[in-house]
Design a protein around this ligand. Structure first.
Ligand code: APR
Length: 306
C-alpha cells in the first residue's frame, strides 16, 4: 500500500513540502488547513501537474481531520509566523492553542503516526505537541537542526569555494538565537574548520547562520523561509519512510541525555521507520557544552509560558 503523509497547514511550508513529497513519488498526501478552499485549491493544482511530471501519487485538500486516518507521518506546519513588534511570549501563546487543537486531532484520528513539528517557536511547540498527543517521545520530534546545519554548511562551502558535500558539521540546541554550532566537530574534507578559516570569519559565518531566518523574513517583507524548511522536512520523511536510520539533528525530548530532562532540543538522532531510533551523545568542548545548556535553559523558560 502507498505510504501516506498528512500535512497540517497548507501555507508556504506545507504546500512546498506537499510538492516535494508528491513529485518524488514518496507518498500520497493529505493537505489539511483551517481554510478548506486554500487546501483544496493547492491540492487540485498539484494534481493537475501530475500527468506532466509523470507520477501516480494522489493529494487531497481538506479541513476534515477524519481524512488523516492511517497516516504514516503527520507534519504540523499550521500556525502564525512572528510579526514585527510581536513578542516571543505572544507568539508562544498564539501558536500553542493551534498546536493543541491540531495535536488532539492527530491523537484522535492518526494515533499510530509519527509527528514532525515545524511550527515556531519550534522546540516549545514540539514539547507541547508531545505532551498533548501523549505519544512516545520516539514518535514526536521537531524540524530545525537539519535546516540550521544546512545553512551553516552552505555558508562555509560558499566562503571556501568547496563542494557542499565536503563540509560536515552539527548545529544543535534551540532553533533560535541560542543555537549552538559544534565547531570542534566541523570539518571540510576531513580537515578541522579552525585550520581553514580565521576565527573572525568563522564568527561572522556563525552569526549569519543564526540570523539567516530573519535575513529572509526582512527581504520577503511578509512570510518566512519555505524552500529550505520544506527540504529539511522532506529529508526527515525520506529517512522515516525508507527506514534509513540516518543521523539527523532533530528537536527531541530528552530524558537524561546530555544531563537534561523534560525539554525538547536539537540533538543528533538516528531517524528510521519507528521515528527516533536512538539519540546520539556527541562529545563537545567545554564552551560548546556551556552554550548548549544555556540554550536548553532558554527553551525551558519559554515552556513555562505554555
Ligand atoms: N488548523 C489548520 N491550519 C491552520 C490553523 C489551524 N488551527 N491555523 C492556521 N492554519 C494555517 C493557515 O491557514 C495557513 O494556511 O496554517 C498555514 C500557515 O501558513 P503560512 O502562514 O504560509 O506559514 P508558513 O510559512 O507555511 O510557516 C508555517 O512553519 O517555519 C514555520 O515559523 C513558521 O510557524 C510557521 C510555520
Amino acid at each position: 500500500m502507498a505510504k501516506k503523509v498528512s500535512i497540517i497547514g497548507a501555507g508556504a511550508v506545507g504546500a512546498t513540502l506537499a510538492h516535494r513529497v508528491l513529485e518524488s513519488a514518496l507518498a500520497d498526501v493529505v493537505l489539511v488547513d483551517i481554510s478548506k478552499n486554500i487546501a483544496c485549491a493547492k491540492a487540485l493544482d498539484l494534481s493537475d501537474a501530475s500527468p506532466i511530471v509523470g507520477h501516480e501519487r494522489s493529494i487531497i485538500g481538506t479541513d476534515d481531520y477524519g481524512l488523516i486516518r492511517s497516516s504514516d507521518i503527520v507534519v504540523i506546519t499550521a500556525g502564525f509566523p512572528r510579526k514585527p513588534g510581536m513578542t516571543r511570549e505572544e507568539l508562544v501563546s498564539k501558536n500553542a492553542s493551534i498546536i493543541k487543537d491540531v495535536s488532539l486531532n492527530v491523537k484522535r484520528h492518526a494515533p499510530d503516526s509519527i509527528v514532525i513539528v515545524v511550527t515556531n517557536p519550534l522546540d516549545i511547540m514540539t514539547y507541547h505537541s508531545l505532551k498533548t498527543t501523549g505519544f512516545k517521545r520516539e514518535k514526536v520530534f521537531g524540524m530545525a537542526g537539519v535546516l540550521d546545519s544546512s545553512r551553516f554548511v552552505y555558508l562555509i562551502a560558499d566562503e571556501l569555494k568547496v563542494a557542499r558535500s565536503s563540509v560536515k558539521t552539527y548545529m544543535l540546541g534551540s532553533h533560535g538565537d541560542t543555537m549552538v554550532p559544534i565547531i570542534s566537530k566541523t570539518c571540510v574534507g576531513g580537515k578541522p574548520i579552525r585550520d581553514l578559516i580565521s576565527k573572525e570569519k568563522l564568527d561572522a559565518i556563525v552569526k549569519r547562520t543564526c540570523d539567516r531566518g530573519a535575513e529572509i523574513v526582512t527581504l520577503l517583507g511578509s512570510g518566512s523561509a519555505y524552500y529550505s524548511p520544506s527540504a529539511a522536512v522532506f529529508k526527515m520523511i525520506d529517512a522515516i519512510l525508507n527506514d534509513k536510520k540516518e543521523e539527523l539533528v532533530v528537536s527531541a525530548y530528552l530524558k537524561g541525555e546530555y544531563g537534561l530532562d523534560d525539554v525538547c532540543i536539537g540533538v543528533p538522532c538516528s531517524i528510521g521507520g519507528t521515528g527516533i531510533a536512538g539519540i546520539v551523545q556527541l562529545d563537545m568542548s567545554e564552551d560548546e557544552s556551556k552554550n548548549f545548556l544555556r540554550s536548553a535553559q532558554a527553551i525551558k523558560n519559554s515552556i513555562k509560558i505554555l
